[in-house]
Design a protein around this ligand. Structure first.
Ligand SMILES: Nc1nc2c(c(=O)[nH]1)N[C@H]1C(S)=C(S)[C@@H](COP(=O)(O)O)O[C@H]1N2
Ligand SMILES: [Mo]
Length: 258
């Protein structure tokens, strides 16, 4: 999973995204094993810098197929009731597009088949909800880092904001719409996916069709379902009520590490 070439791909992706286009020379450097060794060594004396360069690489635990839960509870919204969303369900998401914008060089509008054609990963992981239940499933999806590399993050981009199709709480000012934000480093982690498959089937509506975020080293509420739009932002202060997510706005931690 963290084989040499794959790791260097992510290293390059991280460098290109974080430092911008002016690092073509560095890009060559990161292909050399010696430089990777130096960067690995750097982790011991400056974990934070290394984290910024490659995305903190520790993988969440992965399981055997036999560990997959027979019953994976669906939590929160299980079918967004907007007309728009229900039309997409009826047409099998044929005209659905994921919008990627904000602080990017090249805004993208991706169909489900575009996402399925992007570099992908499959993983069997445990989902932990803050309410105290866990379940294991197989997830496959496009690696968010590869998508972001295609869009080209501008240097000011510090967070990725995910806007969902569901409104969990009816509020007049729209702050009841589900949204989430994650840091750029976490976006480039190899297990961070825009998942379109669960247990080898198309992602069910109850679990976030057509795509949901998988962010395996954090709690369930970070993993936005029904993602319609992703925006690269410098700050989340003026999204929702300013705390970085629907549940964060209601008191949960922004960094929900496990
Ligand atoms: N759009 C959206 N995303 C969401 C939620 C939600 O209600 N709406 N619930 C969150 C919570 S608290 C959890 S535990 C997981 C539940 O995912 P599941 O339905 O696949 O179990 O999704 C998270 N993402
Ligand atoms: Mo949750």
């Amino acid at each position: 999973m963290t084989s040499g070439p794959d790791r260097r791909f992510w290293l390059r992706a991280g460098l290109t995204a974080i430092l911008g286009a002016g690092v073509a020379a560095c890009d060559k450097l990161t292909q050399s094993p010696q430089v990777n060794q130096v960067l690995d060594g750097a982790q011991t004396w400056n974990r934070r810098l290394h984290g910024l360069l490659v995305g903190s690489r520790a993988l969440a635990r992965e399981y055997e197929a036999s560990a997959i839960s027979v019953d994976f509870r669906a939590n929160g919204t299980t079918s967004p009731d907007s007309d728009d969303y229900q039309k997409h369900v009826a047409s099998g998401f044929a005209d659905w597009r994921l919008q990627i914008g904000g602080l990017v060089e090249r805004p993208l509008s991706l169909s489900l088949s575009d996402l399925k054609a992007a570099p992908s990963r499959s993983q069997i992981t445990r989902h932990d909800c803050v309410e105290g239940w866990s379940a294991i499933a197989q997830w496959k999806g496009a690696r968010l880092g590869a998508i972001l590399e295609r869009a080209g993050l501008k240097p000011q981009a510090r967070y990725l904001a995910f806007f969902c199709a569901d409104t969990l709480e009816m509020t007049l000012d729209g702050t009841g719409d589900y949204y989430e934000t994650i840091g750029v480093e976490d976006a480039f982690h190899p297990q961070t996916l825009l998942a379109y498959e669960m247990n080898h089937q198309p992602l069910p509506v109850a679990h976030g069709a057509p795509i949901r975020l998988r962010l395996e080293r954090q709690l369930g509420y970070k993993m936005a379902k029904y993602v319609m739009r992703i925006e690269a932002v410098e700050s989340f202060a003026n999204l929702g009520r300013g705390k970085g997510g629907y549940w964060e706005d209601r008191g949960y931690q922004w960094y929900a590490g496990i």
